[in-house]
Design a protein around this ligand. Sequence first.
Ligand code: ADE
Ligand code: ZN
Length: 326
Amino acid sequence: MVLKAELHCHIEGAASPALVEAQARKYGVDISSFIRNGAYYWHDFTSFLLAYDRAASLFRSPEDYALLAESYLTELAAQGAIYSEFLTSPDHAERAGLSPQAYTEALGEGMARAKAATGIESRMIVTGVRHFGPEAIEKAARFAASCGHPLVTGFGVAGDERIGHPRDFVRAFATAREAGLGVTIHAGEFGGADSVAAALDHIHPSRIGHGVRAIESLDLVRRIADEGVVLEACPVSNVVLRVFPDFARHPFPQLRAAGCRVTLNSDDPPHFHTSLAREYAVAAEHFGLGDAALAAITRTAIEAAFMDEKTRAVLLARLAREEKAA
Ligand code: ADE
Ligand code: ZN
């Protein structure tokens, strides 16, 4: 099995319907508006974000979040993943009544349990939510910069890209960067090439969440390749959310052929009926990647990960051993 690594999965979006159903029973909440027949139910990006918020609202205690991180990471390890960097949202925790600090520590506890059981390494990227506005994003950045949790290694912005502009987030990203955090921002999903260019111009991230609509400008594709910016591609998410009509028209192969550093990610796996393993399978089936190319994708993810150099060296050595044995 090709070893895998993931850089872009929203932890609240990773909650399986079965886990959300158990949480709903625990708190006596009716979830029939967004889960039906054991599956998430929504019809466009806006209603997806609403379903995401409703599922998140059912994680309220430290143990709820520890279980969420443990379940996601244990399942990911079973798919052959050696590393996960997942996106956290202190805003969602606060809305559910838990402090950002307690939330982050609880997720850390789940990460420790999963690592003890499976060996999987993981880190957290604290995110601000774009449609909650620049002040909420600055608050999230201040939390990320000051929380002191050793597994918080990045800061990012997720949410509705159709709202706001990267120039509004400059201060938040400066706060994160000054604290030594890696930075990534969602762009080029529901915004086009201009949105990606604005993110690069104003935020200077080493990675872009999605970024795939950069394909609308060949100059921008060249810039991404030249600057070595890593794209956190989430092909199944893009097709399910109708960013592209089908895999045949997804630009992953073109971006890769143009020299862009691309990775494979599951985004919000149960919402999109995907998993990291399925993303790799889609890349094999629809984008023509063989095992060596898939292993190179994993290597790119580890190279671009927001982690200490010692852990990176250990994981890269593990990949090299695996490739030699293959
Ligand atoms: N939050 C959770 N999933 C997201 C996505 N696909 N795009 C933007 N924000 C998100
Ligand atoms: Zn995302």
